[in-house]
Design a protein around this ligand. Structure first.
Ligand code: HPA
Ligand code: MG
Length: 223
């Protein structure tokens, strides 16, 4: 990793919902605010700078892992394009690409991944690829994705993940760029979802028992 993550300790209790603005429809579904939106922005600005400094003048293909990565992706790209405008002597030509992987249901990981959307990955051949992901959980999904990408012979692959979760069953995988290392709690917001809910929440929050029940996928139904 070119820079260590900001480490959020296990005993951290976050901010009360009353300290910031959250949509009324989620008021009863959240334990606390773990990372306010403004702090995500500030951290992303620094990650963009680190990436910019590492890449130098080479073109970069930023690969967004949908859907959870979309907000981090757009904010990171905004910050990179700002750097491109403001540094007269260096700039990074950017391409964008999008893939979608099979996601979680009821917050337990099956370890299965499938690329179910996005452009033809043969476009990645010979490119410097930056995978942009919302969260590294056990690390298995990312390791599988990297194996899939390697088949398409990119020139290089780096990974930027906004969050890395401290999990006892982690594979030990660490991304090249990481925003925050977080406790082993289920988080939502800033495009991270629980059964497709909470993507419309700006801050990264810890879901509560009420939220888990209210938005659980009914037994036997499949999305
Ligand atoms: N929240 C949302 N999606 C996730 C999480 C999480 O905590 N971990 C893995 N995918
Ligand atoms: Mg994800």
């Amino acid at each position: 990793m070119s820079e260590a993550c900001i480490k959020i300790p296990d005993e951290y209790s976050g901010y009360a919902l009353s300290h910031f603005c959250v949509p009324k429809h989620y008021e009863h579904d959240l334990e606390n605010i773990m990372i306010p939106w403004g702090l995500i922005q500030d951290r992303t600005e620094r990650l963009a700078r680190n990436i910019f400094q590492d890449v130098k003048d080479e073109p970069l293909t930023a690969l967004c892992v949908l859907k959870g990565g979309y907000r981090f992706f757009t904010d990171l790209l905004d910050k990179l394009t700002t750097l491109n405008r403001s540094h007269g002597s260096v700039s990074v030509p950017l391409y964008v690409d999008f893939i979608r992987l099979k996601s979680y249901e009821n917050s337990d990981s099956t370890g299965e991944i499938r690329v179910v959307g996005g452009d033809n990955m043969t476009n990645l051949s010979g490119r410097n690829v930056l995978v942009v992901e919302d969260i590294i959980d056990t690390g298995r999904t990312m390791e599988k994705l990297l194996a899939i990408l390697a088949h398409h012979q990119p020139k290089s692959v780096k990974v930027a993940s906004l969050l890395v979760k401290r999990r006892p069953d982690s594979t030990g995988y660490r991304p090249d760029y990481c925003g925050f290392e977080i406790p082993d709690k289920f988080v939502v917001g800033y495009a991270l979802d629980y059964n497709e809910y909470f993507r419309d929440l700006n801050h990264i929050c810890v879901i509560n028992e009420n939220g888990r029940k209210k938005y659980a996928v009914p037994e036997g139904s499949h999305k």
